[in-house]
Design a protein around this ligand. Structure first.
Ligand SMILES: [Zn+2]
Length: 63
């Protein structure tokens, strides 16, 4: 019984520690099993959640 855990975003084999989302709503929405709620890094979790960086629009300040 030594099934390996894999990061759900990049597929990396998890060795010592991993990131898991503890939010009940997100768990119900995104993950069918505990194994899917498993990420090698915060970056991978953010990618999985489609986190993206948006620049603040500063049109009001333009001369
Ligand atoms: Zn990963």
């Amino acid at each position: 019984m030594d099934e390996q855990l894999h990061c759900s975003e990049c597929g990396t084999v998890i060795k010592d520690t991993y990131y898991q989302c503890l939010d009940n709503f997100i768990q119900a929405k995104f993950f069918d099993t505990d194994e899917e709620n498993c990420f090698c890094s915060e970056e991978c979790f953010c990618k999985y959640m489609s986190l993206t960086q948006i620049e603040v629009e500063e049109n009001d300040n333009e001369a």
